[in-house]
Design a protein around this ligand. Structure first.
Ligand code: NAD
Length: 257
């Protein structure tokens, strides 16, 4: 078991990447604090972990709120005694996110509040807890759009993920001598609710698929396995990376037919 005796806090654990990761981390021996703004979804993840004999508890938080982030870290330490892995994963892709001309200021603001400030607040309260535990691993979910521009615009989302990647690099350097590693996970397009709600027609899906060398969307489980590597001691010399798991997108100029 690769996370034996570790405590992991995962935001956005009610669905998609966060849920798949919570289940995998628990199977690998971690005690999991599943955090989500959606109480039903988060509690369902916890129930599934417990039904498989794993250890988990739920904390409801909006990661854009300072007090909620302070509360989730406090809850993790009080419930399981320490915090070793912090997975700042919660994020949104707003349906009305478009190009700079068409995107409303409110859409930009809410996207930055959750996707960027949420990561900052997770670190603000999580890093002191990792220090108290003698070190640990922080994983921040960015995206391949932090590295590549797309003609199908989602300007607030793309800006937010660029910020997550830049913030992750700097955090990695600041904390490198404290036994705290920080990596950004950069998934390609996934078959999760977040993207499938945005690409809500077959035509929009096909428009994306042509750019993926592997010719398919990624799965949440495939991100969970990458997060497991970054969370565990297997990645003990890995920090400050843009850990890309994208079916080959960022390597491609022309994709196969
Ligand atoms: P998802 O929509 O399936 O799950 C996201 C979870 O986050 C949900 O349970 C939701 O309730 C929760 N959440 C939303 N706002 C929150 C808030 N303010 N506070 C706490 N929880 C909140 O999404 P997903 O595809 O699993 O995405 C997870 C992360 O991966 C996001 O940061 C997303 O931007 C990123 N990502 C996704 C894709 C993709 O194609 N799906 C690609 C690259 C990166």
């Amino acid at each position: 078991m690769r996370l034996q005796n570790k405590v992991a806090l995962i935001t956005g654990a009610g669905n998609g990447i966060g849920r798949a990761t919570a289940l995998l981390f628990a199977r690998e021996g971690a005690a999991v604090i599943a955090v989500d703004i959606d109480e039903n979804a988060g509690r369902a993840t916890v129930a599934d972990i417990q039904s498989q004999g794993g250890r988990a508890d739920f904390y409801r938080a909006d990661v854009a709120k300072d007090a909620d982030c302070a509360g989730m870290v406090d809850f993790a330490e009080k419930t399981f005694g320490a915090l070793h892995v912090l997975f700042n994963n919660a994020g949104i892709m707003h349906a009305a996110d478009d190009d700079a001309v068409a995107t409303e200021e409110a859409v930009f603001d809410i996207t930055m509040a959750i996707n960027v400030k949420g990561v900052f607040l997770g670190c603000k309260y999580g890093i002191p807890a990792l220090r108290r535990a003698g070190g640990g691993s922080v994983i921040n979910t960015a995206s391949f759009v932090a590295l590549l521009g797309a003609a199908t615009p989602q300007i607030a989302y793309t800006a937010s993920k660029g910020a997550v990647l830049a913030m992750s690099r700097e955090l990695a350097i600041i904390h490198a001598r404290e036994n705290i590693r920080v990596n950004a996970l950069c998934p390609g397009p996934l078959r999760t609710d977040l993207l499938m709600k945005f690409l809500n027609t077959e035509e929009k899906k096909q428009r994306r698929l042509v750019h993926i060398p592997m010719g398919r969307f990624g799965e949440a489980d495939e991100m969970a396995k990458a997060a497991l590597f970054l969370a565990s001691d297997d990645s003990s010399y890995t920090t400050g990376t843009e850990f890309v798991v994208d079916g080959g997108i960022t390597a491609a100029y022309v994709t196969p037919e």
